[in-house]
Design a protein around this ligand. Structure first.
Ligand SMILES: [Zn+2]
Ligand SMILES: [Zn+2]
Length: 339
């Protein structure tokens, strides 16, 4: 088998698994969404069945003009970016094992310490915390580093959140978001494996993460939907969909809040002061900001969606250069992040 065939097979297998994940994810959206509708509308006896369909599939959201570019980008996203993501995610275990091997060669082999139970628990804790921290860190950087924000703006310029908004990403952002957390999680877990004297990641952890990714797909769909699921007081421990829906708010009070950290944890938002628990029935609108809203949204067209981030990034670099020159001449300057 040639290298190309092997690569092609790996891509196809990853895609095949992904398609089923997403089909199950959207089926779960319909099922859970219907249950929520039945729960919330049970008081109004005789509510027509048609209302359930309108609740799950509101035309104004699915056919919102900010969704046009998302539907166009579905084909490259599903056929190129998703398989890449799966290959990178699966690479975390490979990175962990190679890190452990390199450390053993460099520092000498360590005997296995503790019981198997301690070793497995430590691997779970280290892998989940390091991967979720890296996911938080990358998302945080996309908000705070001006040149990265230029690309993440595409995700935030959605003014409607039907469940397909989960695919709204610029390719530059997606590759970094997909690549860095498994790499970081893999290196940290590899270091833990070395300290524990364990040769490789325990199969139960690999099985857990594979199972968990189904849940992450479902929560990802609800996070980017109009169905406001809250976990009540548990919102302070787990990342409920309402927290991410607020993350997409155009309002100033919600800016850079609920950055999330993978594995549906809010621990990093707690630690870094970015947690925002919305009030019950709090109202706000989705979008980038007041200025780049409606007709002024920079990502309404497909070209705007793909190319505007590069123009914006270039503007950011130029502004930074001018700002440095002004400071060099003894003047004062402010940060260049525009919104
Ligand atoms: Zn964001
Ligand atoms: Zn989002």
């Amino acid at each position: 088998m040639t290298v190309m065939q092997t690569f092609g097979n790996a891509i196809w297998n990853a895609l095949d698994g992904q398609l089923w994940f997403w089909i199950k994810g959207y089926a779960s959206f319909i099922l859970l969404g219907s249950l929520i509708w039945i729960w919330t509308s049970r008081r109004a006896k005789g509510t027509p069945y048609r209302d359930l369909v309108l609740y799950l599939f509101p035309r104004n959201l699915y056919f919102h003009r900010t969704m046009k570019a998302v539907y166009f980008s579905l084909v490259p996203f599903v056929f190129v970016l998703l398989p890449t993501f799966i290959l990178l995610a699966a690479g975390a275990y490979e990175v962990a094992s190679r890190t452990e091997t390199s450390l053993s060669l460099w520092l000498g082999h360590r005997p296995e310490i503790g019981t198997t139970w301690i070793s497995i628990t430590t691997q779970f804790v280290v892998f989940i915390l390091s991967s979720s921290f890296a996911t938080y860190g990358v998302h945080y950087a996309f908000h705070k580093v001006p040149i990265l924000w230029s690309f993440h703006r595409v995700h935030h310029s959605a003014e409607a959140l039907p469940p397909f908004a989960v695919f709204r990403f610029h390719p530059v952002e997606y590759l970094l978001t997909a690549g860095i957390p498994p790499l970081f999680g893999g290196v940290v877990t590899g270091a833990a494996l070395y300290m524990l004297g364990a040769g490789q990641v325990h199969p139960s952890l690999i099985a857990f993460v594979a199972l968990y990714s189904s849940w992450e797909v479902i929560t990802g769909i609800f996070n980017h939907s109009h169905v406001p699921i809250s976990y009540g007081w548990l919102n302070r421990i787990f990342y409920a969909p309402v927290l991410h829906q607020v993350h997409h708010s155009a309002e100033l009070r919600h800016r850079d809040k609920n950055i999330g950290g993978g594995f549906n944890l809010v621990i990093w938002d707690h630690l870094f002061g970015t947690l925002y628990i919305p009030e019950k029935n709090e109202t706000y609108r989705w979008g980038l900001n007041d200025e780049e809203f409606g007709d002024a949204n920079p990502h309404l067209t497909v070209t705007g969606f793909y190319l505007e981030p590069f123009r914006h990034a270039w503007g950011t670099i130029s502004a930074q250069r001018i700002s440095r020159r002004v400071r060099g001449l003894g003047g004062t300057s402010t940060a260049v992040k525009d919104i």
